[in-house]
Design a protein around this ligand. Structure first.
Ligand SMILES: NC(=O)c1ccc[n+]([C@@H]2O[C@H](COP(=O)([O-])OP(=O)(O)OC[C@H]3O[C@@H](n4cnc5c(N)ncnc54)[C@H](OP(=O)(O)O)[C@@H]3O)[C@@H](O)[C@H]2O)c1
Length: 341
């Protein structure tokens, strides 16, 4: 059997992460213990939450230890199994990490049927990011027909599905994305009514003006993925009784741009005056919704009502570069690494 290759956390980043924070390590392929399954990894998902795992600071999940394999969701094929529910050749998904071969308890795995959907969808549209979009629109925002919804990171893994789900509900959907190519895609392929390029807005005030133009009746729901000047632009446009699903603040993950943010007293007052409901959510509190989500979304993907785009990098050794690029908006669609055929 071939050697195992893994990307480990070499050092903690100071501010923006760099490739030096990661190290490729080689070693023997691990043996599965009792109740465990060994898989060779085919696909690795790269997600913004991994930036948080690189820091030692307290968060909703434990950090990756220095020298440990970076955390990550994967699709793999079973090589050996000590769990009767899994046989050699089965396809599974689980948190194996940034590695070519991984071992997990059978309880931590979900079996995949390659006839139902492309295997890697389990890491995107039919996995954690898709569920996040579905929960945000349906359970947190409770978006209704005729309402105006703004989605930031509008063409990304979460945003692209959130925007389309809002459109399917009969909402007016305004996207915010980085660059004319992404905005054109949002309007022509994803069915956004309009998409605003945040690179073209110098600051929060400029963004607020553009949102006011796109949403003359104000904004009822905001699916917040980024923070920064996009949040500054949306806040003054929120309608009375509006809702904000606080899903992520990627503009601030490495501590950048914090000094330019709208001061808290101003934000607080806006929430009060407009009687806004702001709800942060972390998707692992909502995994019980997974079957409802799949029942609704899988047919919409299969019949083409929902469009889904992937941004694939070949080779595990290129995962750090692809991850850093995603944090800066270099991805166009769900970020994946093809680890093996
Ligand atoms: N709460 C949860 O449980 C949960 C679960 C999954 C994801 N999330 C969050 O959801 C958000 C989207 O995640 P994703 O997996 O779908 O990633 P993604 O949107 O596919 O990729 C990240 C995108 O963020 C945007 N971005 C980066 N820096 C930005 C900045 N300074 N200002 C504005 N936009 C910026 C870029 O899009 P543009 O080029 O369009 O700017 C980039 O493509 C992240 O904040 C993530 O942490 C939260």
């Amino acid at each position: 059997m071939s050697e195992r290759r893994s990307i480990v956390l070499a050092e903690r980043p100071a501010g923006h992460p760099t490739e030096d924070n990661f190290r490729l390590e080689k070693g023997p392929v691990p043996e599965p213990g009792e109740g465990e399954v060994l898989a060779r990894i085919l696909w690795l998902s790269l997600d913004p939450y991994m930036r948080g795992r690189m820091d030692a600071a307290k968060s909703y999940a434990a950090p990756v230890e220095l020298g440990a394999v970076m955390e990550g969701g994967c699709v793999g094929q079973v090589l050996a199994s000590n769990d009767p529910r899994y046989a050699q050749g089965d396809y599974v998904t689980g948190q194996f990490g940034w590695t070519s071969h991984g071992v997990l308890k059978g309880d931590a795995l979900r079996k995949l049927d390659p006839a139902k959907a492309p295997l890697q969808y389990a890491l995107g549209a039919l996995g954690m990011p898709g569920l996040t979009a579905w929960v945000g629109i349906n359970r947190i925002l409770e978006a209704k027909t005729g309402e105006t919804v703004v989605i930031s990171a509008a063409t990304g893994a979460v945003g692209s599905l959130a925007g389309q789900l809002a459109r399917e509900k009969g909402c007016r959907v305004i996207g915010v994305a980085g660059g004319p190519k992404k905005c054109a895609h949002a309007e022509s392929e994803l069915g956004y009514d309009v998409c605003l390029d945040h690179h073209a807005a110098a600051d929060g005030q400029a963004m607020a003006d553009r949102i006011a133009e796109a949403a003359p009746g104000g904004v009822d729901c905001y699916f917040e993925n980024v923070g920064g000047k996009t949040l500054d632009g949306v806040l003054p446009n929120m309608n009375v009784g509006g809702r904000i699903a606080l899903c992520g603040v990627i503009a601030w993950y490495s501590g950048a741009n914090l000094d330019d943010a709208t001061p808290l007293p101003k934000v607080w007052r806006t929430i009060l005056v407009n009687r806004l409901r702001v709800q942060g959510f972390i998707i692992f509190d909502h995994f019980d919704q997974f079957p409802h989500f799949v029942d609704e979304v899988a047919p919409m993907l299969a019949d083409g009502r929902l469009r889904y785009r992937e941004d694939v990098t070949e080779g595990l050794e290129n995962a750090p570069k692809a991850f850093l690029s995603m944090l800066e908006g270099g991805n166009f669609g769900k970020t994946l690494v093809k680890v093996a055929d």
